[in-house]
Design a protein around this ligand. Structure first.
Ligand SMILES: [Fe+2]
Length: 290
């Protein structure tokens, strides 16, 4: 029987007593779905998964994405399992090494947005016994609730444009980046899309600020100046320390987080020689809203 251990933050819990390599029973599945709505970031420690088992768990909550940026960085025969790793073999990278190293929300640039990221930690860098490469999160329900009343009213019916290329181009421009600019084909696969700025969470029914500095380029249907001013305010607001929670990784952790009410940042505090390797599945929000 699974036990839930909440963190001391509004985000984060640990669920023990469930083996994700085996099919979930309905009781465990509903307990886990409820935890996504209550805690946003859920860690299942001490897991041992094959790629097929990783996929089977992640796909219990929605369809799996085959990421447009995955390129060669997927587990052989499992295109839904992307490799996030800074390891190189014979000089060649085995995965995407700089994935998520700034604040963003996965798949907000997609017509069907993402519900979950499900990461499985294979190797965690450590220095003097301390784990590096934490994943940091921001609570976008708390951020929404903390907005001034006037801003809440202003954004209630607004939508914003999310563009995959905004974050990608930023990463390409960083010194030492191994990323190439997106190809025309990749851009065509993920054209900019609009989503409401306020999202009613399907599990908790709380409102979340669905806006993220990584991908949002424009508030729709207002002047460019008004859009710039509002975005500047929202970006500053959502990055406040009080909304922040960090997960420190251990090998064997499966960390599943709810992208509908969180933003995240993979902390780049380790060197090229300190290896961090994870597998990632992305579960779309196609079933959770039904
Ligand atoms: Fe990400």
């Amino acid at each position: 029987m699974p036990s839930i251990f909440p963190s001391e933050h509004s985000l984060g819990c640990r669920i023990e007593g469930v083996d994700l390599s085996k099919p979930l029973n309905h009781y465990d599945e509903s307990l886990i779905i409820d935890a996504f709505g209550r805690f946003g970031v859920v860690c299942f420690p001490n897991q041992v998964l094959e790629p097929a088992q990783h996929k089977a768990f992640a796909s219990r909550f929605g369809s799996l994405e085959i990421n447009v940026a995955a390129g060669p960085y997927t587990v052989p025969n499992h295109p839904e399992v992307m490799i996030l790793s800074n390891e190189t073999i014979d000089g060649k990278p085995v995965g995407l090494g700089d994935a998520g190293q700034d604040w963003h929300t996965d798949m907000s640039y997609s017509t069907t947005i993402a519900f979950l990221n499900v990461l499985y930690a294979l190797r965690v860098p450590r220095r003097n016994g301390t784990a590096l490469g934490d994943t940091e999160f921001l609570d976008m329900c708390a951020a929404y609730e903390d907005l001034p009343h006037g801003i809440k009213k202003e954004i209630e019916d607004l939508t914003a444009t999310h563009d995959f290329d905004k974050f990608w181009s930023k990463m390409v421009s960083l010194p030492g980046s191994k990323r190439k600019p997106l190809s025309d084909e990749q851009r065509a696969a993920k054209p900019p899309v609009s989503h409401p700025l306020v999202l009613r969470h399907p599990i908790s029914k709380r409102k979340a600020l669905y806006c993220n500095v990584g991908y949002v380029t424009r508030i729709d249907n207002i002047s460019e100046t008004a859009s710039d001013e509002l975005l500047q305010f929202l970006f500053r607001h959502q990055l406040k320390e009080e909304f922040k929670y960090a997960h420190s990784w251990t090998e064997g952790d499966v960390l599943a987080w709810d992208n509908l009410w969180t933003m995240h940042n993979a902390k780049a505090d380790y060197k090229a020689t300190e290896i961090r390797s994870m597998w990632r599945c992305q579960t779309m929000a196609d079933r959770i809203f039904l």
